[in-house]
Design a protein around this ligand. Structure first.
Ligand code: URP
Ligand code: ZN
Ligand code: ZN
Length: 472
């Protein structure tokens, strides 16, 4: 047999090109791309009228992540990767969270156990550093970066996760030496604490005040500070979940100074606003995430950033909590208000359709940019390229076959995550993934699951040349 699979008759899209071609797959890899492929194949998929694109890489997702006592994340590795693959993704990058007092290696063992045998797509972890003691900074983190864990997330807010500037500088220095990217959650904890006290004193505790407590200056100031710390250490940073023009301006200004900065935005900053947090009683909690969705001016700024290259990647920041006592409706949230609502919303399955419909179909971005923002640039930023993130000879056969004309109204009843709601309920989109192939195995065919869990693999990565460079 010449091929295990031929995808025939489709329009191939990469971050650089759009062309008609057949794609031949053998042993999990792409082995041929030609106008017409002859030869024997065990299986042929007719993709006439469809787009054939690199499988999505969602490089910002939270699965089976530990939270405050009593709170359970709405997705484990099984349901999260199942939802991901239905959404056209072939690789996701969840976080491995170090708890205070825990070693990074022990945290990795925990997450490996949670993932083992449960993956529908490939995964690779970012390390969340919450306790950067001298052992972590001097020994553990350098060793793990060298072993292929080439991205680290630091938080500037959340009591249990935030690092001081001094600690962030040390993480950045270690990352820079090893060639790792530092992902930064840029919101200032002191400003939020100050605003929380004011709001609480005024009795303003409904979910909508979550947005009031984290206004644009809170994000803009922290973004500026994070980028100044990056400038001091020459570290490469990824500013994640950017929500507004003020933060984008800080990123562009830092780039002009030569700071090595990548940036990310997410669907919630394109199609939700802080008005969604209004709702009755705790309904608004379904939209509580940080930074919060803002207004239509900020939405436009994020679109501009996607169009003009300010943003490198478009991720979901899938962080699901169910709308029940295990998640959004904890007794503390019911009693105490927005400060106790777990932050985060689901979106792993709807990320690509929302960008395709609102971006490509509405003429804001072209197909190549869509592929760059949803797949190729993630692979490049985090050391998976060219094995993943493109359609090329030798690359993993991670492919999504996309119906550009399929009209879908997003609805919880049609999604495959473990969460019990979607913040995008009722949003009408045009364009949807119909078949997802991961390393040559068809996992979803014509929107039906056709493979068992356990077929995803952990992906080790290489240090990034740009992260290790001195920036000159
Ligand atoms: O609200 C959010 N984004 N929760 C997820 C955790 C994070 O900060 O990424
Ligand atoms: Zn974050
Ligand atoms: Zn996140």
């Amino acid at each position: 047999m010449d091929y295990d699979l031929i995808i025939t008759g489709g329009t191939v899209v990469t971050a650089a090109d759009v062309f008609s071609a057949d794609v031949g797959i053998k042993d999990g890899r792409i082995v041929a791309i030609a106008e017409t492929l002859a030869g024997h194949a065990a299986e042929v998929i007719d993709a006439t009228g469809k787009l054939v694109m690199p499988g999505g890489i969602d490089s910002h997702v939270h699965l089976a992540q530990d939270g405050a006592p009593g709170i359970v994340m709405g997705d484990d590795f099984e349901t999260g990767t199942r939802s991901a693959i239905f959404g056209g993704n072939t690789t996701v990058m969840p976080f491995c969270l170090q708890k205070k007092g825990q070693s990074l290696r022990d945290a990795l063992t925990d997450y490996d156990q949670r993932a083992a045998g449960n993956l529908y797509c490939d995964v690779s972890y970012h390390l969340i550093v919450s306790d950067p003691d001298p052992q972590l900074i001097g020994q553990d983190l350098p060793a793990l970066i060298a072993a292929g864990f080439t991205s680290v997330k630091v938080f500037m807010t959340y009591e249990d996760l935030r690092l001081t500037d001094y600690e962030i500088l040390n993480v950045m220095k270690t990352a820079r030496k090893g060639g790792a990217v530092v992902m930064v959650h840029a919101e200032g904890i002191d400003a939020i604490r100050f605003l929380n006290e004011e709001l609480e004193a005024a009795g303003k505790t409904a979910p909508r005040y979550h947005a009031t407590s984290r206004p644009i200056p809170v994000e803009r100031e922290a973004t500026n500070r994070a980028l100044s710390l990056a400038e001091l250490t020459n570290a490469e940073v990824m500013v994640v979940h950017v929500s507004n023009a003020g933060a984008i301006e800080e990123i562009e200004r830092a780039r002009k100074r030569g700071v090595k900065v990548l940036s990310e935005t997410c669907p919630q900053y394109l199609v939700l606003t802080e008005d969604d947090l209004e709702g009755d009683a705790l309904e608004g909690s379904k939209f509580v995430c940080s930074p919060p969705p803002r207004d239509t001016t900020s939405q436009e700024a994020c679109w501009e950033g996607l169009e003009n290259g300010s943003f490198d990647v478009f991720s979901s920041d899938h962080c699901p909590y169910r709308y029940d006592e295990s998640g959004k409706l904890t007794p503390e949230a019911k009693r105490g208000g927005y400060r106790w609502i777990p932050n985060g919303i689901p979106g792993i399955e709807t990320r690509m359709p929302i960008l395709f419909s609102e971006g490509v179909r509405k003429g804001r971005i072209d197909l190549q940019r869509f592929v760059a923002l949803t797949s190729t640039n993630h692979a490049k930023a985090y050391g998976l390229f060219p094995r993943k993130g493109t359609i090329a000879i030798g690359a993993d056969a991670d492919i999504v076959i996309w119906d550009p004309d399929l009209e879908v109204t997003i609805s919880q009843s049609e999604l495959h995550h473990g969460c019990d709601y979607t913040p995008y309920e009722g949003l009408a989109v045009t364009g949807w993934p119909v078949t997802t192939i991961r390393r040559g195995v068809t996992v979803v065919r014509d929107r039906k699951l056709v493979a068992d869990k356990g077929i995803g693999l952990y992906q080790t990565r290489v240090p990034s040349a740009s992260a290790a460079s001195d920036g000159s």
